[in-house]
Write a protein that binds this ligand. Structure first.
Ligand SMILES: Nc1ncnc2c1ncn2[C@@H]1O[C@H](COP(=O)(O)OP(=O)(O)OP(=O)(O)O)[C@@H](O)[C@H]1O
Ligand SMILES: [Mg+2]
Length: 441
């Protein structure tokens, strides 16, 4: 019956795995099992009811359909109460079971999809604390990170200096299933060409003059974890060929050795140069580029997402004030608004540095800004007062709401009570200020 039912189901386009022993099937059950279990009740070794219970203990949302003999119906009903999805009474026509299977598979698909979404939302939330910025570019970037972190695909992060490439690489690692393993960061521009090979790939004792002992390379250090190759375009061509081999074969051969070592790592690379240009200039291997850029995250320079500047300045200054135990005189929004005119060649790193220096200086905010920009700062520019006030109010409101949501773990009701505003007003304000509850939760 097992064999003929399997054939019938395969003809109806189901992907079927048959087991003669329920215990073998249990060994293959995981919480991300994407299918449905169809089982008899009376079976040798392990009966269908205990099997159902064990499957549901693995994941209570796996649909289990029982095939029951004539007198077993009360038992099947009992099983349904403890979480089985459905039962069919024997004898039955195979087609009778198809509909139930299809419904169960669809339900399972929705459960899995839902879990993935939840995981993404949770990731988004934790990303907001690390990657500051609400501009649409930052928002999209965070969405992409949450989306690909849990996958194993190699990621290439591109962006100018100081845009946060390393920060993004670490965020991907911390949101991936490798989060408890090592994150090994190697700056390809900082290792001298003469030792780069043995630093990356390792060497055996006596491999070359001066190789007194064995050395485990960075790639082997990253086993099970994430290998972050920063400034990948600076890697010498000879090493690029060797790296390509490691990525393709998933094994590394230490200098002076003949036996390869299996390596399993997630690869993240970063570059502040355009790799395609480097390929055209014959400084970078095209085949390697295609291996590492399966997924590319391009970080927008700060001058092209000026919406992030005020928030970044504010948070950096606030943190610096806490660290240096200084008061933080928040500059007026009109003053911060002036920061948008700067080019920010050093991007976020430059802004962070400036915010810290601001906190350490004394004098009025205007004075300090003048000094930070060595007088090259245009404060004479008239700023519409009404706009500045509106900006100021908006900013203040945003902080109050965010703080309250934070304190109440995203519980809107408690926030309404604390701020004494009706739900609709709060919803409208959150929408207007682009505050999302799920991000805070
Ligand atoms: N969105 C952001 N939110 C908070 N901090 C940020 C953000 N972007 C960058 N930073 C901070 O700016 C500094 C520079 O970031 P990071 O070192 O990741 O840049 P990078 O792109 O690797 O630069 P480089 O190319 O010079 O190595 C770090 O202190 C980082 O924490
Ligand atoms: Mg960097």
């Amino acid at each position: 019956m097992r064999v003929s039912l399997a054939q019938w189901l395969e003809l109806s386009d189901f992907d079927v795995t048959v087991y003669a022993d329920a215990r073998d099937a249990l060994g293959d059950m995981t919480s991300d099992f994407a299918g449905v279990v169809l089982t008899d009740v009376k079976m040798p070794k392990m009966d269908g009811i205990s099997f159902t219970k064990s499957v549901l203990a693995t994941d209570g949302d796996i649909p289990v359909i029982l095939m029951t003999g004539h007198g077993d119906v009360p038992m099947a009903v009992e099983a349904m109460k403890s979480g089985a999805y459905d039962f069919v009474e024997k004898p039955f026509e195979p087609k009778d079971i198809v509909e139930s299977l299809e419904r169960a598979i669809e339900k399972r698909r929705l459960v899995i999809e839902n879990r993935q979404l939840r995981r993404q939302i949770a990731h988004r939330g934790s990303l907001d604390g690390r990657l500051i910025g609400n501009s649409k570019q930052m928002y999209a970037l965070k969405e992409e990170i949450a989306n690909i972190a849990a996958t194993e695909v190699p990621v290439l992060i591109s962006g100018e200096t100081g845009t946060g490439k390393e920060l993004v690489a670490r965020a991907i690692h911390d949101l991936s299933d490798r989060r408890d393993e090592k994150f090994v960061a190697v700056n390809c521009a900082a290792i001298p060409e003469s030792t780069a090979e043995s630093e990356l790939f390792g060497h055996e004792k006596g491999a070359f003059t001066g190789a007194a002992g064995q050395r485990i390379g960075w790639i082997e250090h990253a086993i099970k974890g994430t290998l972050f190759l920063d400034e990948i375009s600076s890697m010498p061509l000879a090493l690029q060929a060797k790296l390509l081999r490691v990525i393709e074969q998933r094994e590394v051969v230490r200098v002076g050795s003949n036996s390869p070592v299996k390596v399993d790592f997630r690869l993240i690379c970063a570059t502040n140069e355009n790799l395609t240009d480097a390929v055209s200039a014959r400084q970078f291997r095209e085949d390697l580029m295609f291996r590492i850029n399966t997924f590319e995250l391009a970080i927008t320079p700060l001058r092209d997402r000026t919406d992030d500047i005020a928030l970044l300045f504010d948070i950096f200054a606030e943190r610096a004030a806490e660290r240096f135990e200084r008061p933080y005189d928040r500059p007026a929004p009109s003053l911060i608004g002036q920061l948008k005119k700067h080019e920010w060649p050093g991007n976020v790193r430059e802004l962070k540095n400036l915010a810290e220096r601001y906190v350490l200086l004394v004098g009025s905010p205007e004075d300090r800004f003048q000094r930070l920009f060595k007088g090259g700062f245009d404060l004479a520019e008239p700023v519409a007062t009404a706009l500045a006030l509106a900006d100021q109010v908006k900013h203040f409101e945003e902080r109050l709401i965010r703080d309250a949501l934070d304190r109440h773990d995203g519980n809107v009701k408690s926030v309404m009570e604390e701020l004494d505003i009706p739900r609709r007003t709060l919803n409208e304000k959150m929408k207007k200020l682009n505050i999302r509850r799920d991000k805070i939760v």
